[in-house]
Design a protein. Structure first.
Ligand code: ADE
Length: 418
Protein backbone atom coordinates (compact mmCIF):
# COMPACT_ATOMS: atom_id res chain seq x y z
CA UNK A 1 0.00 0.00 0.00
CA UNK A 2 1.36 3.39 -1.03
CA UNK A 3 1.19 6.31 1.43
CA UNK A 4 3.06 9.47 2.45
CA UNK A 5 2.80 10.60 6.06
CA UNK A 6 5.11 12.14 8.65
CA UNK A 7 5.79 9.28 11.03
CA UNK A 8 4.20 5.82 11.26
CA UNK A 9 5.22 5.62 14.95
CA UNK A 10 2.53 8.14 15.91
CA UNK A 11 -0.28 5.63 15.30
CA UNK A 12 -1.10 4.76 18.93
CA UNK A 13 -1.61 8.37 19.88
CA UNK A 14 -3.73 8.91 16.76
CA UNK A 15 -5.86 5.87 17.57
CA UNK A 16 -6.61 6.99 21.13
CA UNK A 17 -7.47 10.51 20.01
CA UNK A 18 -9.73 9.14 17.27
CA UNK A 19 -11.52 6.97 19.83
CA UNK A 20 -11.98 10.01 22.06
CA UNK A 21 -13.61 11.91 19.17
CA UNK A 22 -15.88 8.90 18.45
CA UNK A 23 -17.32 9.26 21.97
CA UNK A 24 -18.99 12.47 20.80
CA UNK A 25 -20.00 11.26 17.32
CA UNK A 26 -22.98 8.98 18.06
CA UNK A 27 -24.85 9.60 14.80
CA UNK A 28 -21.87 8.71 12.64
CA UNK A 29 -21.23 5.69 14.86
CA UNK A 30 -24.80 4.39 14.28
CA UNK A 31 -24.33 4.84 10.54
CA UNK A 32 -21.06 2.93 10.75
CA UNK A 33 -22.80 0.01 12.48
CA UNK A 34 -25.52 -0.11 9.81
CA UNK A 35 -22.91 0.20 7.04
CA UNK A 36 -21.07 -2.81 8.52
CA UNK A 37 -24.17 -4.95 8.04
CA UNK A 38 -25.45 -3.56 4.75
CA UNK A 39 -22.20 -2.73 2.91
CA UNK A 40 -23.82 0.01 0.76
CA UNK A 41 -20.42 1.10 -0.60
CA UNK A 42 -19.05 -2.37 -1.30
CA UNK A 43 -16.05 -2.21 -3.65
CA UNK A 44 -16.56 1.50 -4.36
CA UNK A 45 -13.38 3.57 -4.67
CA UNK A 46 -13.66 6.84 -2.76
CA UNK A 47 -11.02 9.60 -3.02
CA UNK A 48 -11.30 12.00 -0.09
CA UNK A 49 -9.64 15.41 0.29
CA UNK A 50 -10.51 16.57 3.81
CA UNK A 51 -8.84 18.10 6.85
CA UNK A 52 -7.14 15.04 8.34
CA UNK A 53 -8.41 15.18 11.92
CA UNK A 54 -9.74 12.70 14.47
CA UNK A 55 -13.27 13.42 13.23
CA UNK A 56 -12.27 12.70 9.63
CA UNK A 57 -10.67 9.45 10.79
CA UNK A 58 -14.04 8.37 12.16
CA UNK A 59 -15.67 9.20 8.83
CA UNK A 60 -13.04 7.14 6.99
CA UNK A 61 -13.70 4.19 9.32
CA UNK A 62 -17.44 4.45 8.66
CA UNK A 63 -16.93 4.46 4.87
CA UNK A 64 -14.56 1.54 5.11
CA UNK A 65 -17.09 -0.33 7.25
CA UNK A 66 -19.57 0.26 4.42
CA UNK A 67 -17.27 -1.58 2.03
CA UNK A 68 -15.57 1.41 0.40
CA UNK A 69 -11.91 1.46 -0.65
CA UNK A 70 -10.95 4.87 0.67
CA UNK A 71 -7.91 7.04 -0.07
CA UNK A 72 -7.29 10.30 1.78
CA UNK A 73 -5.28 13.49 1.33
CA UNK A 74 -5.41 16.85 3.11
CA UNK A 75 -7.61 19.76 2.04
CA UNK A 76 -5.17 22.29 3.51
CA UNK A 77 -1.38 22.12 3.92
CA UNK A 78 -1.55 23.08 7.62
CA UNK A 79 -4.61 21.21 8.90
CA UNK A 80 -3.26 17.66 9.11
CA UNK A 81 -2.97 15.88 12.45
CA UNK A 82 0.06 13.65 11.75
CA UNK A 83 -0.80 11.10 14.46
CA UNK A 84 -4.23 10.57 12.88
CA UNK A 85 -2.71 10.08 9.43
CA UNK A 86 -0.39 7.49 10.97
CA UNK A 87 -3.24 5.62 12.69
CA UNK A 88 -5.24 5.48 9.46
CA UNK A 89 -2.30 4.00 7.59
CA UNK A 90 -1.03 1.59 10.24
CA UNK A 91 -4.19 0.28 11.82
CA UNK A 92 -7.00 1.04 9.37
CA UNK A 93 -4.88 0.23 6.30
CA UNK A 94 -6.11 3.32 4.47
CA UNK A 95 -3.70 4.95 1.98
CA UNK A 96 -3.17 8.48 3.33
CA UNK A 97 -1.11 11.24 1.71
CA UNK A 98 -0.54 14.31 3.90
CA UNK A 99 2.02 15.90 6.20
CA UNK A 100 1.29 18.92 8.36
CA UNK A 101 3.19 21.93 6.96
CA UNK A 102 3.70 20.43 3.48
CA UNK A 103 4.49 22.96 0.76
CA UNK A 104 2.07 23.69 -2.09
CA UNK A 105 3.86 21.38 -4.50
CA UNK A 106 3.65 18.44 -2.07
CA UNK A 107 0.03 19.32 -1.29
CA UNK A 108 -0.87 18.96 -4.97
CA UNK A 109 1.31 15.85 -5.39
CA UNK A 110 -0.74 14.29 -2.59
CA UNK A 111 -3.99 15.20 -4.33
CA UNK A 112 -2.61 13.59 -7.48
CA UNK A 113 -1.68 10.46 -5.50
CA UNK A 114 -5.34 10.12 -4.46
CA UNK A 115 -6.43 10.60 -8.08
CA UNK A 116 -3.93 7.93 -9.20
CA UNK A 117 -6.11 5.42 -7.33
CA UNK A 118 -8.92 6.26 -9.79
CA UNK A 119 -11.78 7.22 -7.45
CA UNK A 120 -15.38 6.57 -8.48
CA UNK A 121 -16.53 9.10 -5.90
CA UNK A 122 -14.80 12.28 -4.72
CA UNK A 123 -15.30 13.72 -1.25
CA UNK A 124 -13.91 17.23 -1.20
CA UNK A 125 -13.51 20.17 1.19
CA UNK A 126 -12.81 23.31 -0.84
CA UNK A 127 -12.92 21.68 -4.32
CA UNK A 128 -9.15 21.33 -4.89
CA UNK A 129 -9.56 17.59 -5.61
CA UNK A 130 -12.39 18.18 -8.08
CA UNK A 131 -10.66 21.09 -9.81
CA UNK A 132 -7.38 19.13 -10.12
CA UNK A 133 -9.32 16.21 -11.59
CA UNK A 134 -11.04 18.52 -14.09
CA UNK A 135 -7.80 20.24 -15.12
CA UNK A 136 -4.84 17.87 -14.95
CA UNK A 137 -6.53 14.40 -14.78
CA UNK A 138 -9.28 14.70 -17.39
CA UNK A 139 -8.61 11.06 -18.31
CA UNK A 140 -10.39 10.06 -15.07
CA UNK A 141 -13.64 11.84 -15.83
CA UNK A 142 -15.30 8.75 -17.30
CA UNK A 143 -14.49 6.81 -14.11
CA UNK A 144 -16.05 9.21 -11.62
CA UNK A 145 -19.71 8.73 -10.78
CA UNK A 146 -20.31 11.52 -8.27
CA UNK A 147 -18.98 13.53 -5.39
CA UNK A 148 -19.72 15.46 -2.23
CA UNK A 149 -18.49 18.88 -1.10
CA UNK A 150 -18.07 19.88 2.52
CA UNK A 151 -17.66 23.64 2.61
CA UNK A 152 -19.12 26.97 1.44
CA UNK A 153 -16.05 27.92 -0.60
CA UNK A 154 -16.07 24.57 -2.39
CA UNK A 155 -19.78 24.80 -3.16
CA UNK A 156 -19.29 28.28 -4.65
CA UNK A 157 -16.43 26.99 -6.85
CA UNK A 158 -18.48 23.99 -7.99
CA UNK A 159 -21.52 26.13 -8.76
CA UNK A 160 -19.27 28.30 -10.89
CA UNK A 161 -18.01 25.16 -12.70
CA UNK A 162 -21.61 24.03 -13.29
CA UNK A 163 -22.64 27.52 -14.51
CA UNK A 164 -19.71 27.51 -16.94
CA UNK A 165 -20.72 24.06 -18.22
CA UNK A 166 -17.45 22.40 -17.14
CA UNK A 167 -18.62 20.26 -14.20
CA UNK A 168 -18.46 16.67 -15.45
CA UNK A 169 -20.38 14.77 -12.75
CA UNK A 170 -23.01 15.33 -10.04
CA UNK A 171 -21.94 16.70 -6.68
CA UNK A 172 -23.99 16.88 -3.50
CA UNK A 173 -23.37 20.10 -1.52
CA UNK A 174 -23.15 18.73 2.02
CA UNK A 175 -22.53 22.29 3.24
CA UNK A 176 -26.06 23.27 2.25
CA UNK A 177 -27.73 20.84 4.64
CA UNK A 178 -29.24 22.62 7.65
CA UNK A 179 -27.68 20.00 9.90
CA UNK A 180 -24.32 21.08 8.48
CA UNK A 181 -24.04 24.85 8.12
CA UNK A 182 -26.31 25.85 11.01
CA UNK A 183 -24.13 23.91 13.43
CA UNK A 184 -20.67 23.27 11.94
CA UNK A 185 -20.25 26.71 10.35
CA UNK A 186 -21.84 28.59 13.25
CA UNK A 187 -21.03 26.80 16.51
CA UNK A 188 -18.05 24.85 15.16
CA UNK A 189 -16.25 27.83 13.60
CA UNK A 190 -17.32 30.10 16.46
CA UNK A 191 -15.66 27.98 19.13
CA UNK A 192 -12.71 26.56 17.20
CA UNK A 193 -11.60 29.94 15.82
CA UNK A 194 -11.41 31.39 19.32
CA UNK A 195 -9.64 28.18 20.37
CA UNK A 196 -7.04 28.59 17.59
CA UNK A 197 -6.40 32.26 18.40
CA UNK A 198 -5.99 31.55 22.09
CA UNK A 199 -3.73 28.53 21.56
CA UNK A 200 -1.58 30.59 19.16
CA UNK A 201 -1.35 33.75 21.28
CA UNK A 202 -2.47 33.07 24.89
CA UNK A 203 -3.97 36.58 24.78
CA UNK A 204 -7.04 37.75 26.70
CA UNK A 205 -10.13 38.29 24.57
CA UNK A 206 -12.12 40.13 27.28
CA UNK A 207 -12.06 43.88 26.83
CA UNK A 208 -10.46 43.71 23.39
CA UNK A 209 -11.83 45.14 20.15
CA UNK A 210 -12.47 42.13 17.96
CA UNK A 211 -13.14 42.65 14.25
CA UNK A 212 -15.07 39.93 12.40
CA UNK A 213 -14.96 40.32 8.61
CA UNK A 214 -17.99 38.58 7.11
CA UNK A 215 -21.34 37.81 8.71
CA UNK A 216 -22.23 34.51 7.06
CA UNK A 217 -22.84 31.51 9.32
CA UNK A 218 -19.15 31.32 10.29
CA UNK A 219 -18.90 35.04 11.04
CA UNK A 220 -22.13 34.96 13.03
CA UNK A 221 -20.76 32.12 15.13
CA UNK A 222 -17.45 33.85 15.78
CA UNK A 223 -19.03 37.24 16.59
CA UNK A 224 -21.36 35.52 19.07
CA UNK A 225 -18.53 33.66 20.83
CA UNK A 226 -16.14 36.65 20.88
CA UNK A 227 -18.87 38.71 22.53
CA UNK A 228 -19.47 35.86 24.97
CA UNK A 229 -15.84 36.17 26.04
CA UNK A 230 -16.20 39.87 26.72
CA UNK A 231 -14.86 41.40 23.50
CA UNK A 232 -16.26 44.54 21.87
CA UNK A 233 -17.15 43.08 18.51
CA UNK A 234 -17.16 44.97 15.21
CA UNK A 235 -18.57 43.33 12.09
CA UNK A 236 -17.59 44.31 8.54
CA UNK A 237 -19.78 43.29 5.58
CA UNK A 238 -20.43 43.97 1.89
CA UNK A 239 -24.01 42.66 2.02
CA UNK A 240 -26.65 45.13 3.27
CA UNK A 241 -28.94 42.45 4.68
CA UNK A 242 -26.20 40.73 6.63
CA UNK A 243 -24.91 44.10 7.88
CA UNK A 244 -28.41 44.94 9.07
CA UNK A 245 -28.69 41.60 10.79
CA UNK A 246 -25.36 42.20 12.57
CA UNK A 247 -26.64 45.60 13.78
CA UNK A 248 -29.88 44.04 15.09
CA UNK A 249 -27.83 41.31 16.75
CA UNK A 250 -26.18 44.11 18.69
CA UNK A 251 -22.81 44.48 16.93
CA UNK A 252 -21.14 47.61 15.58
CA UNK A 253 -20.85 47.63 11.78
CA UNK A 254 -18.40 49.77 9.81
CA UNK A 255 -16.08 49.51 6.78
CA UNK A 256 -12.84 47.57 7.29
CA UNK A 257 -11.03 50.86 6.56
CA UNK A 258 -12.38 52.30 9.83
CA UNK A 259 -12.22 49.09 11.82
CA UNK A 260 -8.55 48.70 10.86
CA UNK A 261 -7.62 51.68 13.07
CA UNK A 262 -9.24 50.34 16.25
CA UNK A 263 -9.13 46.55 16.20
CA UNK A 264 -6.96 44.42 18.50
CA UNK A 265 -7.95 41.16 16.77
CA UNK A 266 -9.01 40.77 13.12
CA UNK A 267 -10.47 37.58 11.68
CA UNK A 268 -11.63 37.12 8.09
CA UNK A 269 -14.37 34.59 7.29
CA UNK A 270 -15.79 35.83 4.00
CA UNK A 271 -14.75 33.29 1.34
CA UNK A 272 -13.44 36.20 -0.74
CA UNK A 273 -10.03 37.48 -1.76
CA UNK A 274 -7.96 40.34 -0.19
CA UNK A 275 -10.48 41.40 2.41
CA UNK A 276 -7.66 42.89 4.48
CA UNK A 277 -5.27 44.73 2.17
CA UNK A 278 -2.21 46.99 2.19
CA UNK A 279 -4.18 50.16 3.05
CA UNK A 280 -5.74 48.37 6.03
CA UNK A 281 -2.48 46.94 7.37
CA UNK A 282 -1.02 50.45 7.15
CA UNK A 283 -3.69 51.77 9.51
CA UNK A 284 -3.54 49.05 12.14
CA UNK A 285 -2.39 49.65 15.71
CA UNK A 286 0.95 48.40 16.93
CA UNK A 287 0.56 44.77 18.02
CA UNK A 288 -2.63 44.04 16.07
CA UNK A 289 -3.36 40.33 15.69
CA UNK A 290 -4.64 39.17 12.29
CA UNK A 291 -6.00 35.74 11.42
CA UNK A 292 -8.13 34.04 8.80
CA UNK A 293 -10.76 31.40 9.40
CA UNK A 294 -12.09 31.21 5.84
CA UNK A 295 -11.17 28.22 3.68
CA UNK A 296 -8.29 29.84 1.73
CA UNK A 297 -5.52 32.15 2.96
CA UNK A 298 -6.23 34.62 0.14
CA UNK A 299 -8.54 36.62 2.43
CA UNK A 300 -5.45 38.41 3.75
CA UNK A 301 -3.21 40.10 1.20
CA UNK A 302 -0.02 38.69 2.71
CA UNK A 303 2.04 39.56 -0.36
CA UNK A 304 1.23 43.22 0.18
CA UNK A 305 2.07 42.93 3.87
CA UNK A 306 5.34 41.22 3.00
CA UNK A 307 6.34 43.95 0.59
CA UNK A 308 5.37 46.61 3.09
CA UNK A 309 7.28 45.12 6.00
CA UNK A 310 10.79 46.30 6.84
CA UNK A 311 11.31 43.35 9.19
CA UNK A 312 9.73 39.95 9.70
CA UNK A 313 10.32 37.39 12.41
CA UNK A 314 8.69 34.26 13.73
CA UNK A 315 7.68 35.30 17.23
CA UNK A 316 6.50 31.88 18.37
CA UNK A 317 4.75 28.94 16.73
CA UNK A 318 1.89 30.26 14.58
CA UNK A 319 2.87 33.93 14.99
CA UNK A 320 4.74 35.90 12.31
CA UNK A 321 5.48 39.48 13.30
CA UNK A 322 5.72 42.06 10.49
CA UNK A 323 7.23 45.46 11.32
CA UNK A 324 6.00 48.27 9.10
CA UNK A 325 7.89 51.47 8.15
CA UNK A 326 5.87 53.36 10.80
CA UNK A 327 7.31 50.94 13.41
CA UNK A 328 3.93 49.34 14.06
CA UNK A 329 4.04 45.57 14.33
CA UNK A 330 1.36 43.29 12.93
CA UNK A 331 1.09 39.68 14.04
CA UNK A 332 -0.27 37.23 11.48
CA UNK A 333 -1.42 33.88 12.86
CA UNK A 334 -0.88 30.51 11.18
CA UNK A 335 0.38 31.98 7.87
CA UNK A 336 -3.16 33.20 7.26
CA UNK A 337 -4.42 29.60 6.92
CA UNK A 338 -7.62 28.57 8.69
CA UNK A 339 -6.59 29.33 12.23
CA UNK A 340 -9.00 26.87 13.83
CA UNK A 341 -7.26 23.95 12.11
CA UNK A 342 -3.74 25.37 11.90
CA UNK A 343 -3.33 26.21 15.59
CA UNK A 344 -6.15 24.16 17.14
CA UNK A 345 -7.99 20.95 16.21
CA UNK A 346 -10.83 22.26 14.06
CA UNK A 347 -14.49 21.98 14.99
CA UNK A 348 -15.41 19.85 17.98
CA UNK A 349 -16.52 16.26 17.30
CA UNK A 350 -20.10 16.96 18.36
CA UNK A 351 -20.78 19.18 15.33
CA UNK A 352 -18.58 17.20 12.93
CA UNK A 353 -20.83 14.25 13.85
CA UNK A 354 -23.65 15.87 11.87
CA UNK A 355 -21.45 17.15 9.03
CA UNK A 356 -19.90 13.73 8.52
CA UNK A 357 -23.18 11.86 8.96
CA UNK A 358 -24.28 13.97 5.97
CA UNK A 359 -21.14 12.96 4.07
CA UNK A 360 -21.66 9.25 4.73
CA UNK A 361 -25.38 9.27 3.90
CA UNK A 362 -24.90 11.42 0.78
CA UNK A 363 -22.26 9.02 -0.50
CA UNK A 364 -24.68 6.14 0.05
CA UNK A 365 -27.34 8.18 -1.78
CA UNK A 366 -24.98 8.81 -4.72
CA UNK A 367 -24.06 5.13 -4.87
CA UNK A 368 -27.75 4.22 -5.04
CA UNK A 369 -28.52 6.88 -7.65
CA UNK A 370 -25.90 5.90 -10.24
CA UNK A 371 -26.97 7.00 -13.72
CA UNK A 372 -29.95 9.07 -12.54
CA UNK A 373 -28.26 12.38 -11.71
CA UNK A 374 -27.16 15.28 -13.91
CA UNK A 375 -23.82 17.09 -14.02
CA UNK A 376 -24.77 19.72 -11.46
CA UNK A 377 -24.61 20.67 -7.80
CA UNK A 378 -27.40 19.11 -5.74
CA UNK A 379 -28.64 20.00 -2.27
CA UNK A 380 -28.67 17.27 0.35
CA UNK A 381 -32.02 15.44 0.15
CA UNK A 382 -34.30 16.83 2.87
CA UNK A 383 -34.98 13.31 4.18
CA UNK A 384 -31.28 12.89 4.99
CA UNK A 385 -31.13 16.30 6.69
CA UNK A 386 -34.24 15.57 8.80
CA UNK A 387 -33.05 12.08 9.71
CA UNK A 388 -29.73 13.45 10.99
CA UNK A 389 -31.50 16.10 13.11
CA UNK A 390 -33.74 13.41 14.55
CA UNK A 391 -30.87 11.01 15.29
CA UNK A 392 -28.82 13.80 16.90
CA UNK A 393 -31.70 14.74 19.19
CA UNK A 394 -32.20 11.06 20.10
CA UNK A 395 -28.51 10.73 20.91
CA UNK A 396 -28.88 13.70 23.27
CA UNK A 397 -31.90 12.09 24.93
CA UNK A 398 -34.12 15.00 23.88
CA UNK A 399 -37.75 14.29 23.02
CA UNK A 400 -39.97 16.68 21.07
CA UNK A 401 -43.71 16.93 20.39
CA UNK A 402 -45.54 15.53 17.37
CA UNK A 403 -48.38 17.27 15.55
CA UNK A 404 -51.87 16.16 16.53
CA UNK A 405 -54.20 15.13 13.69
CA UNK A 406 -56.06 18.41 14.14
CA UNK A 407 -52.83 20.46 13.94
CA UNK A 408 -51.72 18.58 10.86
CA UNK A 409 -55.03 19.25 9.12
CA UNK A 410 -54.95 22.91 10.17
CA UNK A 411 -51.51 23.40 8.68
CA UNK A 412 -52.70 21.87 5.42
CA UNK A 413 -55.93 23.85 5.15
CA UNK A 414 -56.63 27.33 3.84
CA UNK A 415 -60.33 27.73 4.73
CA UNK A 416 -59.88 28.49 8.43
CA UNK A 417 -58.95 32.18 8.87
CA UNK A 418 -60.00 35.02 11.17
N1 ADE B 1 -13.38 21.31 9.36
C1 ADE B 1 -13.46 22.06 10.45
N2 ADE B 1 -13.21 21.34 11.55
C2 ADE B 1 -12.95 20.07 11.14
C3 ADE B 1 -12.64 18.88 11.83
N3 ADE B 1 -12.54 18.83 13.14
N4 ADE B 1 -12.44 17.78 11.07
C4 ADE B 1 -12.54 17.84 9.73
N5 ADE B 1 -12.85 18.92 9.05
C5 ADE B 1 -13.07 20.05 9.75
Amino acid sequence: MDYDIKDIQLADKGQLRTEWAAEDMPVLFDIRKRFEKELPLKGRRVGACLHVTTETANLMLALKAGGAEVTLCASNPLSTQDDVASFLVKEAKIPVFCIKGEDNQTYYNHIKAVLDLKPEFTMDDGADLVSTLHTSRKDLIGTVIGGTEETTTGVIRLQSMAANGVLEYPIVAVNNADTKHLFDNRYGTGQSTIDGIIRATNRLVAGSTFVVAGYGWCGRGLAMRARGMGANVIVTEVDSLKALEAIMDGFRVMPIEEAARIGDFFVTLTGDIHVIRREHFEKMKDGAIVANSGHFNVELDLEALNSLAVKKRKFREYIEEYTLPNDNRINVLGEGRLINLAAAEGHPSCVMDMSFANQALCLEYLAKSVGTMDKKVYDVPVEIDNLIAQLKLESMGVKIDTLTKEQHEYLNSWTVGT
